[in-house]
Design a protein around this ligand. Structure first.
Ligand SMILES: [Zn+2]
Length: 113
């Protein structure tokens, strides 16, 4: 049964790769817009420095997630932008309160933990 479960998971991962669009990356100056688009990762820059990554929680709860990108503050994430317009966040995002979402954001995709 285990092998079947693995096979289904693999097929599902391949299918969702075709049908579910990746998150776009948008760089904004100083402030993220009031109404955030879904499936978009906003990178807030100030004076050329990446300050924050902002996105709508991918679980559907509607909360705004803000990840600090400044290395002198904690916790701190690192964002990597890729040539195809997607981005990767490191480490994983874990909301310890509210919806409790815990996921990796890699190349514009949400991978649940
Ligand atoms: Zn959520």
């Amino acid at each position: 049964m285990n092998f079947l479960r693995t096979a289904i998971r693999r097929i599902w991962a391949t299918l969702s790769d075709w049908f579910i669009p990746r998150f776009k990356t948008l760089v904004v100056e100083e402030l993220a817009p009031q109404r955030l688009r879904k499936r978009t990762l906003y990178i807030v820059e100030e004076d050329g420095y990446e300050e924050q990554a902002v996105m709508v929680c991918p679980c559907g709860c509607g909360s705004t997630l803000q990840m600090n990108l400044l290395s002198d503050e904690r916790p701190c994430w690192k964002v990597t932008r890729h040539a195809d317009g997607t981005a990767t966040l490191h480490p994983s995002v874990w909301r310890k309160k509210d919806c409790g979402s815990h996921f990796w954001f890699r190349k514009g995709r949400v991978q649940w933990c």
